[in-house]
Design a protein around this ligand. Structure first.
Ligand code: SF4
Length: 495
């Protein structure tokens, strides 16, 4: 990406969390957060400005994101700090400073990172001033750190998921020395508020409401790399959303690994449904989304709040993972096939226009074709609007990886193919039921493949493309859904 686009990109980004007043660098750094990090941001500004004078150009930085929405939100926080420290943000790995925000959910995610490191090393050989950092879930694994220390010695900075808030401080340490800086925490109960963040869209934003996970599904590495569940205080979440609304944000996505257990460990416990009611009160916020929901914790209170709300979107992502009770038990999901079906039916009967989407894993250890048939039975009965299907990937460090009855790849693939065609059929039917309706769409962007069209998102998360004025981006407009193309619509703005 060229510099022109970078400038446009920055113009589109809004920052939150600015603290007024410039820290006094002649004093010791403050002990309390976030003041301490603002002190180091200021210190970084000096280092960056000196280096940019030496090199004769403004320093650029790129944050490359590998993972989920939580990972993407973390990248916005890193970008916010980099921008405030004086870097010009870009998407290109040609940047003076490249930071890879890694994911470790599957083993091949790790391989992709090693691939990028090989590539960036060749660039660094030509530009020795170039700096490279690594962070995110993969860095929480000791074997990864060992490998980087021995095989990728050119990396300048490594940190993990628990101390991301310390990024400015670590950047300073990197500038002050000439050795690889490594700072990985095993866990934390700390939540640091009010640090800067950028955002890709001026009109919508993700908001972390909690961190970590306590569920220990047997295939998942998250509880080991993101730590125990911690909820942000409601007043901090609501304050952040109010400030986003004041900046023109109309849609918020509340993020957590398991939002349905939000607030249980707060000093004054509060349910997720209560939090949603409070978010609803905020003027200017017109749409509320959230992710992810664990079926075992989804309460009647939440269904009631969703059913009565004009702002909570008509979309619920409810990971099924398997339709076989035997496999669900081995996965440690703590619900049965029947319980999932009953829950889905309850939701559909109380919120008839809701769109239900899900995640499914095929090929979990011990899974037979009969188990896959159970999953297909659930797909047919629930009629998901979309399902993200994954081939089980053995994740080192999880209990499932140590199970002896791993399924041969060929068998797993056969089950996967059967499931996928069933999922596609029900999804197509579900999307088709909207044909001919007029629905509100939040206009998100100019269609990247056809600039004569705008791309909007319906409350139930379906995409619609329609002709319109780019000035509408960020607004909610009524759109007639004319042509169904399987997973999206071509529409026309309604009068
Ligand atoms: S709920 Fe299960 S799958 Fe989701 S992050 Fe927690 S352990 Fe992983």
């Amino acid at each position: 990406m060229g510099m022109r686009t970078v400038v446009e990109k920055q113009a589109n980004e809004k920052r939150t969390g600015d603290m007024s007043g410039t820290p006094d660098l002649t004093r010791e750094p403050p002990r309390e957060e976030p003041a301490r990090q603002y002190y180091f941001i200021e210190k970084c500004r000096q280092y960056i400005s000196e280096e940019s004078d030496r090199l004769g150009h403004p320093l650029t930085a790129a944050v490359i994101t590998f993972g989920c929405q939580m990972n993407a939100r973390d990248s916005e926080k890193l970008s916010g700090i980099l921008a405030q420290a004086g870097y010009v943000l870009t998407d290109s790995e040609e940047a003076d400073f490249v930071i890879y925000n890694t994911c470790t959910v599957r083993d091949n995610a790790n391989q992709r990172v090693y691939g990028r490191l090989g590539f960036v090393n060749s660039m660094k050989k030509k530009n020795p001033h170039k700096r490279v950092a690594l962070c995110g879930c993969m860095m929480q694994e000791p074997s990864v750190i060992e490998k980087i220390k021995t095989s990728y010695r050119f990396v300048d900075l490594i940190f993990g998921t628990h101390n991301l808030f310390k990024f400015a401080e670590l950047l300073c340490t990197m500038y002050e020395g000439d050795r690889m800086v490594i700072d990985i925490w095993k866990d934390t109960d700390q939540i640091v508020e009010a640090l800067p963040a950028t955002r890709k869209y001026p009109f919508k934003s993700g908001i972390n409401i909690m961190f970590g996970c306590d569920n220990f599904c047997s295939y998942c590495i998250v509880p080991y790399v993101r730590g125990r569940e911690r909820s942000r205080r409601p007043e901090d979440i609501l304050g952040e959303i109010r400030s986003l609304a004041a900046q023109g944000v109309v849609e918020v996505m509340l993020l957590g690994q398991n939002v349905n257990s939000y607030g249980r460990n707060l000093e004054r416990p509060m349910s997720f449904a209560r939090l949603l009611r409070e978010v609803e009160q905020i003027d200017g916020i017109e749409r509320i989304r959230f992710m992810t929901s664990h079926p075992k914790d989804l309460s009647d209170e939440l269904i009631a709040v969703m059913a009565s709300s004009d702002k909570i979107c008509r979309h619920l992502h409810l990971p099924l993972q398997s339709g076989s009770t035997r496999i669900l038990q081995a996965m440690n999901r703590r619900y049965t096939k029947e319980q999932y079906l009953a829950l889905a039916e309850k939701i559909r009967s109380r919120i008839p226009d809701i769109s239900l989407t899900t995640d499914i894993i095929v090929g979990f250890p011990g899974e037979t074709m009969a188990d896959v048939e159970e999953t297909i039975d659930v797909v047919k009965r629930v009629k998901f609007d979309n399902a993200f299907t994954f081939l089980y990937s053995r994740r080192t460090g999880t209990p499932a990886a140590a199970m002896e009855n791993q399924v041969p790849r060929k068998e797993a693939q056969a089950g996967f193919d059967r499931l996928l065609s069933c999922v596609q059929e029900t999804a197509r039917e579900q999307v088709a039921r909207l044909s001919g309706q007029t629905q509100d769409a939040l206009v998100e962007e100019i269609n990247p493949h056809d600039p004569s069209l705008l791309t909007g998102r319906l409350s139930n998360n379906t995409i619609v493309h329609f002709p319109g004025d780019p000035a509408l981006i960020g607004r909610i407009v009524p759109v007639a859904l004319l042509e169904n193309h399987g997973f999206y619509f071509i529409g026309r703005m309604a009068k």
